[in-house]
Design a protein around this ligand. Structure first.
Ligand code: PMP
Length: 404
């Protein structure tokens, strides 16, 4: 039973008003709101436990360490990784990808090698690879998309070569909502001897992911998009590969023994976690994962799919409506434009009606160029959104259209 009223009550912010209107929060692709369970976990830790982790013999430090390490186990279970050694805490998807680009690049990328990305990537899954290619004299190759916003799998197969070291692909497009066939992408890459990074920023909040089933080599996601605090995220990597990669940053925690002549590094995952981690945020991330797990990822998926289908149906009836991305097999993200109304005007006027959407390029400039536009209006749904909120969006868009 998906009790939307009870769920909404867990998120105090959803009860507030903006411009004297009830808030309709449809910017979940950018960040999600936080339930009491998550904020309470943070408050409880700061009020009752707070101490630096790993280094202390005293009670609080051990308790904080236990919470932090239990959180790693919660993440492992949530994404069905084989071992907690494969769960590296980072600041978010962006840092996870930068970590990998540096470490993987140091270990495995030489001049003339190729990194394969797709045309629908977020800047954070393009720029770190571009920087790596510049450092190493490697080549960035791009898998194009079709006009319907799906990946050109024929081109993907064609572009994979014996120089391709890594395929970097988003699980779900933050603009088009396209759910990429990542399992197939991994199988094809592996049969070419190539490793795969999946950007899970937009998938983990919406449906269950399973590392052992996907068989990807690396996977990144952000806490704040899955109802956890900002500033915490995860890089998953198969132990076999993480073991072969050099550290990303140096400092405390990541070492075994330091002398001025030579330093040896800590075991996984600590080798990649220099400095004091945000142990309060990792604890709160676990609280968020427990929260969505208690609702059931399959129930969240069904609820959001219903909203998405309903919104697509309703929005497509608006005159001049142009929806980007596939109509089927899409996640809870809808990017659109209406007639020649500028996305910023639409977003600003919707805001005045209390409706929070995102406008602009969504950190996907190359995709905007491919679509021949400068930006879109994007509505993205979370587990607490309702059909009434979709109705408010549709009425709002109609109203704005009437003004132009
Ligand atoms: N990848 C995708 C697909 C995203 O949607 C985002 C966030 N918009 C990111 C990466 C970057 O995530 P973060 O800013 O949390 O590091």
């Amino acid at each position: 039973m998906y009790d939307i009223t009870a769920i909404r009550n867990d998120f105090p912010i959803l009860g507030r008003e903006v411009y004297k209107r009830p808030l309709v929060y449809l910017d979940n692709g950018a960040t999600t709101q936080k339930p009491r369970q998550v904020v309470d976990a943070m408050v409880d830790e700061y009020y009752n436990v707070n101490a630096n982790v790993h280094r202390g013999v005293h009670f609080l430090s051990q308790q904080a360490t236990d919470l932090h390490e239990q959180s790693r186990e919660t993440v492992r279970r949530f994404i069905n990784a084989q071992s907690t050694s494969e769960i590296i805490f980072t600041r978010g998807t962006t840092e996870s990808i930068n970590l990998l680009a540096f470490s993987f690049g140091e270990a495995f990328v030489k001049a003339g090698d190729e990194i394969l990305v797709t045309e629908m990537e977020h800047h954070s899954n393009i720029v770190p690879w571009q920087m790596l290619c510049e450092r190493k004299g490697a080549v960035l190759k791009v898998v194009p998309i079709s006009d319907d916003g799906t990946l050109r799998m024929d081109e993907y197969r064609r572009l994979l070569s014996d120089r391709t070291r890594l395929v970097c692909c988003t699980h779900v497009s933050n603009v088009l909502g396209t759910v990429n066939p990542v399992k197939e992408i991994v199988e094809i890459a592996h049969s070419n001897g190539t490793l795969v990074l999946i950007d899970g920023a937009q998938s983990t909040p919406h449906f269950a992911v399973d590392m052992q089933d996907l068989d990807c080599d690396f996977f990144a996601f952000s806490g704040h998009k899955i109802y956890a605090p900002t500033g915490v995220g995860v890089l998953y990597g198969k132990e076999e590969w993480l073991d072969k990669l050099p550290p990303y940053q140096g400092g405390g925690e990541m070492i075994q023994k330091v002398t001025f002549e030579h330093t040896t590094y800590n075991a996984l995952p600590y080798k990649f976690e220099a400095g004091t981690p945000d142990y309060v945020a990792t604890h709160a991330l676990a609280a968020a994962l427990d929260y969505v797990s208690s609702l059931g990822m399959d129930n969240i998926f069904a609820h959001e799919q219903d909203l998405t289908r309903y919104a697509l149906e309703q929005l497509s009836q608006i005159e001049g409506m142009r929806i980007f991305g596939p109509m089927d097999g899409r996640d809870a993200v809808i990017s659109f434009l209406v007639g020649d109304i500028h996305h910023l005007d639409m977003g600003t006027l919707l805001d005045r009606l209390g409706i929070a959407v995102r406008t602009g390029h969504h950190c996907a400039d190359p995709l905007m160029s491919r679509l021949g536009i400068t930006g879109t209006v994007r509505a993205s749904f979370g587990l607490y959104n309702t059909r009434e909120e979709v109705d408010a969006l549709v009425a709002g868009v109609e109203r704005v259209r009437g003004m132009f």
